[in-house]
Design a protein around this ligand. Structure first.
Ligand code: PLP
Length: 233
């Protein structure tokens, strides 16, 4: 193996070990949590190593980079869009993604739903929630989301599978815990509504700095980038 391959394999193993340990602490099974390898800073060679290790759930934050990369990797890869989607990029992105984590407005949801009808797709989506109310971040206001819930559920082509959030960057990841707990409570509240699409099983939360806390708070999908590339470049 090359040095890069060795390094990435060790990083992936370490992340999987930490996921498993966090699941243990929370009395959960490791298969409940999906690792999404965020590739936005990764060289194509690094991404190829991830894929060869069986890491095939990949996340891109920029729609344009996702569009450009899809054709360079095997069709076994599942691409997740985790960053803001401009409505004019939706048509190209929709057929390429397994899950869009970042539906951050009713307008975008409606645009995706219309396109899905036209393209005969049933896209899986998550609603991004700006739990911490940071002005620089996208997402639904957690207070407003319940008030527009019926309007959201009236969209019939999209499959709304859950919620996503990003916690503010903190030196102490423990500070992210209330943010993750709030997302989970919001999910529980929405899932109990009669209009809810099933149970909203997905909670996409936790990044390199705080994924263990997110798992303890109920994350089903963690989005991890930089930790997979430690020691490279
Ligand atoms: C970049 C990014 C991540 C991964 O961040 P790391 O701190 O590198 O793990 C996760 N989610 C979103 C939405 C991102 O943009």
């Amino acid at each position: 193996m090359t040095q890069i391959a060795t390094r990435i394999a060790a990083n992936v193993r370490s992340v999987h070990d930490r996921i498993a340990a966090a699941c243990d602490r929370a009395d959960r099974v490791a298969s409940d949590v999906t690792l999404i390898a965020v590739t936005k800073y990764a060289e194509p060679e690094w991404v190829r190593e991830l894929v060869s290790l069986g890491v095939i759930e990949l996340g891109e934050s920029r729609p344009q980079q996702l569009i450009e990369r899809v054709g360079d990797f095997p069709t076994s890869v599942h691409w997740h869009l985790i960053g803001h989607l401009q409505r004019n990029k939706a048509r190209r992105v929709l057929p390429l993604t397994t899950l869009i984590h970042s539906v951050d407005s009713l307008r975008l949801l409606s645009a995706i739903d219309r396109l899905a009808e036209e393209l005969d797709l049933r896209p899986r989506v998550l609603l991004e929630v700006n739990v911490a109310g940071e002005t620089a971040k996208h997402g639904f206001d957690p207070q407003q989301l319940p008030t527009v819930w019926d309007e959201i559920c009236a969209h019939e082509r999209v499959q709304i599978e859950g919620l996503m959030t990003m916690a503010p960057r903190e030196s102490d990841p423990e500070n992210a815990r209330p943010v993750f707990q709030r997302l989970r409570e919001l999910r529980d509240e929405l899932a109990s509504r009669s209009t809810a699409p099933a149970t909203l099983p997905v909670l996409s939360m936790g990044m390199s700095g705080d994924f263990e806390i997110a798992i303890e708070a109920g994350a089903t999908h963690v989005r991890i980038g930089s930790r997979l590339y430690e020691g490279l470049s």
